[in-house]
Design a protein around this ligand. Structure first.
Ligand code: ZN
Length: 306
């Protein structure tokens, strides 16, 4: 932090620490940070001159603790969780951050600067391009987002504003379960993919059908969830979401459960089944074993009332 010339001539730290304050003259403005860091250190008079770093418990200076000590921190905004969650995809998070900071230069904003610009949405050619239109209310995006919501067992139209949509995701899909993380990933991937599609149409004249974008979002979620070491609950909703997105469901078993199984009579087979029913969907599974308990066949069926 200090080069040899900065500290030249100083034999003891005691020369810097007198009357309970640091006596440091650093004329160079570029050393402001170093001054700030030194101001957080406390000199201990013992057998040997020693300085401790007050912001950490063990008194050791680390880059992370220095950064935390000198940075200007602001209150965390609720929507930060829309892009800053465990498992987020960085390139998606950058676009989502810009959206919620209102820094994305959509055409309605550009028209304020350049009144002659055509502000029509390039995805539908029917309405003015704005954040809420582009990422929710445009027919192109609305179809994609409704298709995604259905995969989370939610049937409704998109909300009118992206803030409302983010609020709903944050309040209804909490925690670190696979399904909750999949929902946050789906929202951020949708925003990223729609912005990418908008730019490709705008600047490269390349168009993708909405079903292609939907497929890319599903793939984003699937790959990320399979990569993350997360768990989920053993219930029909978790099974259904995992099967819709195609990721491996990782059920957390808190304790072992012992059960008994009685084999069929000699030369016969036994079918064991399990079924569940929700308000608008259900599932059925079965296992066939022989009289020695060997697995012969298994099946599972999911159905929903579309
Ligand atoms: Zn549109």
């Amino acid at each position: 932090m200090f080069n040899s010339s900065t500290l030249a001539g100083i034999k003891h730290l005691g020369e810097l620490w007198r009357n309970e304050i640091w006596h440091i003259i650093l004329d160079n403005d570029s050393l402001k940070v170093e001054k700030e860091i030194l101001s957080r250190s406390l000199f201990i008079k013992a057998d040997k001159n020693r300085a401790i770093w007050m912001p950490t418990v063990d008194g050791r200076l680390t880059i992370k603790s220095a950064w935390e000590a000198i940075r200007q921190s602001s209150p965390i905004v609720p929507w930060a969780k829309a892009y800053w969650f465990k498992g987020h995809i960085p390139k998606h998070a950058i676009v989502v951050w810009k959206v919620f900071q209102n820094k994305l230069l959509t055409k309605d904003k550009m028209q304020n600067i350049f009144p002659s610009i055509i502000s029509r949405c390039i995805l539908c050619s029917a309405h003015q391009e704005s954040i809420n239109h582009l990422f929710l209310n445009c027919g192109y995006t609305s179809w994609i987002w409704r298709s995604i919501l259905r995969r989370f067992n939610t049937r409704r139209r998109p909300f009118r504003s992206l803030q409302e949509e983010e609020n709903w995701v944050r309040l209804n899909w909490t925690g670190m379960r696979q399904a909750a993380t999949a929902m946050k990933l789906a929202l951020s991937s949708t925003i990223y993919r729609i912005w990418k599609e908008r730019n490709e149409r705008q600047f490269q004249n390349v168009k993708c059908h909405k079903s292609v974008i939907l497929k890319a979002i599903l793939q984003d979620v699937k790959e990320r969830i399979n990569w993350l070491q997360l768990h989920d609950r053993d219930n029909p909703l978790s099974v259904s979401i995992a099967s819709h997105f195609g990721y491996m469901l990782n059920i957390k078993i808190n304790r072992e459960r012992f059960c008994s199984w009685t084999p069929p009579l000699d030369g016969e087979y036994k079918l064991n089944t399990y079924a569940s029913l929700e308000s608008n969907e259900g599932g059925l599974g079965g296992v066939i074993r022989n009289d020695r308990g060997m697995l012969i066949s298994l099946f599972s069926v999911n159905c929903s009332m579309e």
